[in-house]
Design a protein around this ligand. Structure first.
Ligand code: NAD
Length: 256
């Protein structure tokens, strides 16, 4: 991809064998200087170790996306360490059994699950944009990506808090694209379909995966590297006229 070498990216939600982790590795392969960040700093560090072993440049950052001061601290750390910020990939989510597993339908979702899901997936993403955008505008350019889900387009009958929080990212993305666009900062929305992360492989049955495969136009299910490739494109100069868009990387799933 053009225009990535030497630029600086934060991947906010990077752990082994997940979408953020694969993306951090891909961006480093493209020559970007990467801050791999996660609530689980040890997980982010293991991504960094992998990047360093391959000759790339990366540092790990621990942060809590629900805490504005923590996200600001991560961004400040990045600029202090690398002198600039060009790409921000908001990809964190709480898909734990305690949160996602209790996120049922609108008649029964516990209010603590509802609130925490919005805090992580919507307000948390806003925290990052709020502090990254002025830095990018001052330098005259940048690219921000928010991660949604094809579950929203499908209108699943469970995970109401998740779908609601993710839906809010449409407005946040379009607003940010308008605010930053004339000043060279683009903001786009990425919707993965079912992606076989390590957790997805562990938590789904073969029968479920076969059902999903039957609804997908492609001959296989998605891999974290499929999303990493799209992020690399959206951060690159090749995507300089792509702004405010919602991009689905879901193998052409029929349910969208
Ligand atoms: N895997 C899929 O099939 C799929 C499908 C649709 C959408 N998505 C979306 O893609 C993104 C990545 O998904 P994934 O499958 O790689 O998920 P994942 O759970 O493996 O990764 C999310 C990361 O966010 C981190 N995180 C959780 N709470 C945090 C907090 N408070 N502060 C900072 N980090 C926190 C987790 O530690 C984890 O490493 C998510 O936004 C998810 O909603 C994934």
């Amino acid at each position: 991809m053009r225009g990535l070498k030497g630029k600086v990216a934060i991947v906010a939600g990077a752990a082994p064998a997940n979408i953020g982790g694969a993306t951090a590795i891909r961006l480093a392969e493209e020559g970007m200087l990467v801050v791999a960040a996660d609530l689980n700093e040890a997980a982010a560090q293991s991504i960094v170790d992998q990047i360093l072993a391959s000759g790339g440049t990366a540092v790990a950052g621990g942060f809590d996306i629900t805490d504005e001061a923590s996200y600001k601290g991560l961004i400040d750390f990045t600029v202090e360490r690398f002198g600039r910020l060009d790409g921000l990939f908001n990809v964190a989510a709480d898909l734990s059994p305690d949160t996602f597993g209790r996120d049922h339908d609108v008649t029964s979702v516990p209010l603590d699950v509802w609130q925490h899901t919005i805090d992580v997936t919507l307000t948390g993403y806003m925290h990052g944009i709020r502090h990254a955008l002025p830095i990018m505008i001052e330098r005259g350019g940048g690219s921000i990506i928010n991660t949604m889900s094809s579950a929203v387009w499908a209108g699943e009958t469970e995970h109401v808090a998740y779908q609601t929080a993710k839906s809010g990212l449409v407005g946040l993305t379009r607003h940010t694209a308008s605010l930053g666009g004339k000043k060279g900062v683009r903001c786009n929305l990425l919707s993965p379909g079912v992606i076989l992360t390590r957790a997805a492989l562990a938590n789904t049955t073969e029968e479920f995966r076969n059902d999903i495969l039957a609804s997908v136009r492609s001959p296989r299910l998605g891999d974290p590297d499929d999303l990493a490739a799209m992020v690399a494109f959206l951060f690159s100069d090749d995507a300089s006229y792509v702004n405010g868009q919602s991009l689905l990387v879901d193998g052409g799933a029929n349910f969208t």
